[in-house]
Write a protein of this length. Sequence first.
Length: 123
Amino acid sequence: MNPPVASYRSPDSGSFGIAILANFVVKHTQIHRLDLVSDVAAGSPLTVQRIQALTVPFVKQGLSQYEAQHAAIGLLDKQITLQAAMLSYNDAWILLLITFVVVSPAILLLKRPKHGLSMDEGH
């Protein structure tokens, strides 16, 4: 007995949707990161102040000023990446919401099943 073709299609279409959404998140993370990094300039007073504030805890942990500053820059990089990812996930949720709102009226176009058929006979 052969299983219905629809049972083969469901996992593939779900994986396809997840792949599209994952690609969307990655691309938008890159876009947001580029936008956020453009606001972080090497000589900017806000950037210098932020790096100095992030350097202090590393110095207190015993790192040299040079190591602490590099650790602070690395931490700032991680914060920017996390913020870009968060913005990207927000974009993905908005995309899912818009897709749901646009596709939801299609439910009204579906036909009601006949009452005399069982689930096995309908396939």
